[in-house]
Design a protein around this ligand. Structure first.
Ligand SMILES: Nc1ncnc2c1ncn2[C@@H]1O[C@H](COP(=O)(O)OP(=O)(O)OP(=O)(O)O)[C@@H](O)[C@H]1O
Length: 335
């Protein structure tokens, strides 16, 4: 039947996941590339490259080639995909030549941004590339019955974007995509520490702070964390103790933007489906769903039941993989 490999790719701002037909998720590493700035040669990708962020000599730089859910550096994204797909091919001992690929794109992305995704995958030699909407993939991956005539609401909070969508009968009824996600939370923490302690911290430290003591909910038991950065006055290393209440305050702005996107999507929902939402609730996916107190905070704000998907970080990749079968069904039906 199909001799070509069949894969789904979650080309995320923070993480790149590859789903292979019959094998499930076969690759899950950060979307980071370390390159030699003089030769533009790729030195490392994924976990290895992420370890290097902020710690490399002048001629090596660790780049995140995707920003806000779309490709910011085409050449590096294309090289990253090439290296990662070859890694998977070697690891699995299977040919990945001319694969058929399903990949997702944020609902708010432009046709130029989508073409860049399509071309970057074709650069590897893909035979066919299908692009699907990211929240639809997230909903499918979270196990929501998207092809039934009921409202399936998904809120996917990734690294660069947050996507909110109401899906019913296989289609998007109402959607909203904002370029605010986990990266903006990290940035808000960097700014907070700089403003209040005169200390500069790196992206990775900020992300660790968010994961350890970041809270969406105001009402929680205070946690503390000791962090290290560079004192902006003396230029020397400095240790600061942060608490979860101040980090919650720092995260308020990005969280408010996400809440606003959820509210406006719900406001655009047809009344028949609105009633459904109260019964079925909202499904949270993406790494942002793992922020402590996220579910409780959102539930309190919109007064609708909120659920967190079983594997929030893997939903989009699983959804692209499951959609492979759907596309085959449609192609067969069209013949
Ligand atoms: N336990 C956690 N608490 C808070 N945030 C987390 C946690 N685990 C992961 N994250 C955040 O989730 C984000 C990554 O999520 P995900 O992999 O879903 O995004 P992505 O698909 O790469 O991005 P996008 O969809 O925007 O392209 C990062 O910002 C990461 O810091």
């Amino acid at each position: 039947m199909f001799a070509n490999a069949e894969i789904g790719i979650d080309l995320g701002t923070a993480n790149l996941l590859i789903y292979s037909k019959n094998k499930g998720i076969v690759f899950n590493e950060p979307s980071v590339v370390a390159i030699d700035t003089r030769t533009r040669k790729v030195l490392a990708v994924g976990n290895e490259a992420k370890e290097m962020i902020g710690k490399t000599p002048a001629n090596i730089t660790s780049i995140r080639p995707l920003k806000d859910g779309v490709i910011a550096d085409y050449e590096v994204t294309s090289q990253m995909l090439n290296v990662m797909l070859k890694k998977v091919s070697k690891r699995l001992g299977m040919s990945m030549r001319k694969p058929n690929v399903i990949v997702c794109a944020p609902t708010g992305s432009t046709s130029v941004e989508r073409r860049a995704i399509d071309n970057a995958i074709k650069d590897y030699g893909a035979k066919q590339v299908h692009i699907i909407e990211e929240p639809v993939a997230a909903a499918v991956g979270a196990g929501l019955p998207v092809d039934e005539p009921v409202s399936n609401v998904v809120v996917d909070i990734g690294g660069g974007t947050s996507e909110v969508a109401i899906i019913s009968f296989g289609g998007v009824v109402s959607a909203n995509s904002i370029r605010t996600g986990g990266d903006h939370m990290d940035l808000a923490i960097i700014q907070h520490v700089r403003k209040n302690y005169n200390v500069l911290i790196g992206e990775r430290t900020a992300e660790n702070i968010k994961m350890e003591i970041g809270y969406a909910l105001i009402d929680h038991d205070t946690l503390q964390m000791e962090i290290r950065g560079r004192d902006l006055v003396t230029g020397l290393p400095k240790t600061v103790t942060l608490n979860s209440k101040e980090i919650q305050e720092a995260l308020r702005e990005p969280l408010e933007s996400i809440l606003e996107a959820v509210r406006s999507t719900l406001e655009n929902c047809p009344p028949e489906l609105s009633g459904d939402i109260v019964d079925h609730g909202i499904m949270l996916t993406g790494g942002g769903a793992l922020l402590k107190g996220m579910k409780e905070w959102l539930q309190g704000e919109i007064d609708v039941p909120v659920h967190v998907a079983e594997n929030p970080l893997e939903c989009v990749a699983i959804g692209t993989g499951k959609s492979l079968y759907l596309i085959h069904k449609l192609q067969k039906a069209a013949k």
